[in-house]
Design a protein around this ligand. Structure first.
Ligand code: FAD
Length: 311
């Protein structure tokens, strides 16, 4: 089949890879400028140095054998490495969290900057509309976007999937990226400290290079309460809390910026993945499996399996 996948995150690219491996022709469309999705990274050039921040997922854990095999491959290719500082058997991409997504995107046919607004079926052919949408039609279409973005895309054609997605909500997460002149007097990772849900010394991850870079995330509750606040206010409030944790002083700040994730950690619809073999439409993504990168991988993997089994 000629298959269109909308969304080039962990789920969409995992699915694309398996389906291509089975001989299908797969094209992936993503509205982002480059690979990452919610495993994105930011690069900041400052005084001739490159600062790196993982401002989405901080690390991933491995429980399932299928994901373990994939992570072992990535490790052998030096795309991921363990990160002992987080003490949960975690893994990170190197030199940034998006490394595994970037590697999968390089093997797939992906068009970035393609924001798909709607899909429609003409006879047996699926057509996509939106900025950067292709002129050609497809035999099958797969949604691999976050829950909150599913309904606008699928509701007229797949109301059952749209309804399930609408019932699965995500938590927001305010994130502050900060680079200090020197190392602050803090542990490499901090959890659950007032408004801070998590803070990490990005520079303690393997292969991160220059600068003393930190990522500070608001807790889900705090992020929800402050969702519409200005970025500058968020920076001030979260850094104030970090300063308190450091005993009242922080080193000079070289760079600070805030990013609002409206949809960060998702709920769990509990069905793994969805495939309608009559209509040739499906959905994968963390929201169908659980709120972590591993779940997104497994959802993409399981959707490909359904297509292989059910046609
Ligand atoms: C702040 C934060 C912290 C996190 N921390 C962790 C953690 O520590 N550990 C962990 O395991 N997980 C963590 N996660 C969750 C993890 O990042 C996700 O579970 C996983 O990346 C989801 O992958 P996905 O492919 O389902 O979705 P995404 O990565 O969101 O990919 C979906 C893609 O769809 C694209 N898209 C959306 N709408 C359209 C459209 N209309 N047209 C075209 N493209 C579209 C987006 O650009 C995106 O690239 C965190 C997430 C966030 C945001």
């Amino acid at each position: 089949m000629d298959i269109a996948i909308i969304g080039a995150g962990m789920a969409g690219l995992t699915c694309a890879r398996r389906l291509s491996g089975m001989g299908h022709t797969v094209r992936v469309f993503d509205k982002g400028r480059g690979p990452g999705g919610r495993m994105s990274s930011r690069r900041v050039e400052l005084d001739g140095k490159t600062l790196r921040f993982d401002h989405g997922a901080q690390y991933f854990t491995v429980h399932d054998e299928r994901f373990r095999r994939q992570v072992e491959e990535w490790e052998a290719d030096e795309i991921v490495a363990p990160w002992p500082a987080a003490k949960e058997g975690p893994w990170v991409g190197i030199p940034a969290m998006n490394a595994p997504i970037r590697a999968m995107a390089a093997e797939a046919e992906v068009r970035f900057g393609a924001r798909i607004d709607s899909i429609r079926k003409v006879g047996t052919v699926w057509r996509l509309s939106g900025e950067g949408a292709p002129d050609t039609g497809f035999d099958a279409v797969i949604s691999a976007v976050p829950a909150e973005q599913v309904a606008p895309l699928l509701s007229p054609n797949a109301p059952d999937i749209a309804q399930l997605a609408e019932a699965t909500t995500s938590e927001p997460c305010w994130t502050v990226m900060v680079a200090f002149e020197d190392r602050p007097d803090l542990a490499d990772t901090i959890r659950h400290a007032g408004p801070i849900g998590w803070a990490a010394r990005n520079s303690s991850k393997p292969g991160r290079g220059e600068g003393e870079c930190w990522v500070v995330q608001g807790s889900p509750e705090w992020s929800r309460e402050n969702l519409e606040a200005e970025k500058e206010a968020i920076e001030t409030l979260l850094l104030e809390q970090l300063r308190n944790l450091a005993g009242g002083t922080l080193p000079a700040i070289r760079h600070a910026s805030a990013h609002r994730w409206r949809y960060a950690m998702c709920g769990d619809a509990g069905v793994g993945a969805i495939w309608n073999g009559n209509e040739h439409i499906g959905a994968c993504g963390d929201w169908l499996h659980g709120p972590r990168a591993e779940n997104a991988f497994l959802s993409g993997w399981e959707l490909a399996q359904k297509v292989i089994d059910e046609g």
